[in-house]
Design a binder for this molecule. Sequence first.
Ligand code: G3P
Length: 219
Amino acid sequence: MKFFIDTANLAEIREAYDLGILDGVTTNPSLMAKEGITGEANVRAHYKAICEIVDDKVSAEVIATDFEGMIREGKELAKIDDKIVVKIPIIKEGIKAIKYFNSEGIRTNCTLIFSAGQALLAAKAGASYVSPFIGRLDDISFDGMELIAQIVHIYQNYGYQTEVLAASVRHSMHLIKCAEVGADVVTCPLKVITGLLNHPLTTSGLATFLADHAKAAGK
Ligand code: G3P
């Protein structure tokens, strides 16, 4: 399973990259706004800075919601760096844009997926990734993980190449369950990844090893 980090914060991206297990980055307009990045030139420069940190796959979202606007913005984003994946919402115009970008060899990430039907349409249009939002479904008492499993199953039935990129991953158990049901990618904050490290028996076991070593060495 691939690990992407879901942030536009350069320090957090660097820290995740330094762990040596990072496969990519996803952003969205809210995450860019959180970093105070506004204006076309600043947005482009920020995406370039992200691309310079990581080895591959940086999702950059279009703001336009009409076909022409999405194509124009998506082409500009794709020009920033070969690592850019154009992120497009699952709306009617978005499906057309994904189809277009697919024919142009530009990778896309179809976002705001909340149903299997939406994921099916995105795959048929040729999206490179679909982003179903687990946490936001859980927030309203729908089972986000069930949706991930459903999409994985449907894509396997028909051999769709679209990768299931589980998004809105809020905690480490979400990530582990994604691995169990066969999501191709998870994107999440750094703390969800580092949370995988935690186990009280590891902490106490290491403390004992170090204490025993110090005692034997007469320290
Ligand atoms: O990037 C989309 C998604 O990961 C957002 O997550 O926590 O805002 O629902 P969240």
